[in-house]
Design a binder for this molecule. Sequence first.
Ligand SMILES: Cc1cc2nc3c(=O)[nH]c(=O)nc-3n(C[C@H](O)[C@H](O)[C@H](O)COP(=O)(O)OP(=O)(O)OC[C@H]3O[C@@H](n4cnc5c(N)ncnc54)[C@H](O)[C@@H]3O)c2cc1C
Length: 429
Amino acid sequence: MTDQSYYSATMRDRTEREALRGEIVADIVVIGGGFTGVNTALELAQRGYSVVLLEAERIGWGATGRNGGQVTGSLSGDTTLRKHLTPRIGAEAAADFVWGMRWQGHDIIRERVARYGIECDLVHGHLHAAWRESDMKELRDFAAEAARRGMGDAVVMLDRDGVQDALETPLYDGGLLNRNNMHLHPLDLCRGEAKAAESLGVRLFEKSPVTRIVPGDHPVVETASGRVTADTVVLCGGAYHRLEAEALGGRLFPAALGNMATEPLPAEEARAINPQNLAVYDTRFVLDYYRLTADRRVLFGGGANYSGKATADIAGELRPALERTFPRLAGIGIDFAWSGQAGIIPNRVPMLGRTGPNIWYAQGYSGHGIATSHIVAGIMAEAVASTMERFDHFASVPHAKNPFGERVGQGLLALGMWWYRLREMAWIR
Ligand SMILES: Cc1cc2nc3c(=O)[nH]c(=O)nc-3n(C[C@H](O)[C@H](O)[C@H](O)COP(=O)(O)OP(=O)(O)OC[C@H]3O[C@@H](n4cnc5c(N)ncnc54)[C@H](O)[C@@H]3O)c2cc1C
């Protein structure tokens, strides 16, 4: 087994870019080459700006190239955001805004894949599986809202038998089948989007960790071997950066999430366990999520380590959950196991804001960022180009600063998460 991710082992585009050397000038410099940074750069280039993007490692190296690949309508912090917006714009507009935020990312991804011919194994179909009977109410309420808002047959409730027709598992009391949700190879998507951004004139530099942002009318972004002078900086370093520490430190908690991919399944076995090729996650707070890859591996993730450090034996920790889900896979070989850092925000609302008049940031999707990052990229680009309304909806949400320092704060978060886990373990069948 390797600690390389399934995605980096199988990615189609292996382009390597130069590191930044010397001094250059641009309208905008974007820091971070994940979904948020690449798509912000792309959207800004579409609006006619000259854009430089600096990535510390390789394009898609962070959470973007390590995730479960599930494109769902999960918007983290949705209830808090809706409550926050209600006195500002009214209950109906707040509910519409939050509902739109769930689905616009799907359209952006579909459009980008089609327009730029990005091969990323995109498949429609997702099941939100009820871990216990009492979770069905929340799913039914969601299905009712989807129906009211015209999603029609795309969203369907399944009872226990319906779920067992869709998945060969003894778990789950029912579920919500969503045919608008998708799953895909996220690293291929991001690298395809990076190529698209380059085709629009964005200059991408890899192996270029930014060490400092010098504020000013024309802020300067420094790496070990170069500098970019720009009018605007957009910081999209996710859970991996420590830049702008005075303003941003202690507001985002990195959580190490593990993933693994089995050896490829024979076609008939893959069909038996998941005949509709659905991506799945369950209704717990600390949930299991899984799907089949294009080459018929089970890609399985779950649990979370909120200490900020990766677990040594990811496959060992995940295997019992995989075998509980699909008993016929007991003893199956695991070819890949890896982890990535998700940015957890205590109130779970994505953090968008500015640390100065021309230094912007977007981060923290609390483990649900594929669709959201695509929407946020558009919001950042339109804000930089001076349409602030959607940006302000997020930027006005207060985010408390952890007063205890990174280590103690991370420990408290880990404790809180263990409490949720213990409560949920009481339901283990
Ligand atoms: C294991 C795992 C599973 C997940 N599963 C799902 C899922 O199934 N569905 C879903 O919707 N979401 C999922 N997520 C969340 C999703 O992957 C993220 O929300 C999303 O990818 C965040 O994108 P980003 O561009 O903001 O951050 P990242 O992808 O982390 O990108 C940040 C980039 O910034 C770079 N960087 C950092 N500091 C610097 C610096 N100083 N200079 C230059 N570059 C820098 C990093 O190298 C990195 O490439 C998962 C996350 C993890 C970790």
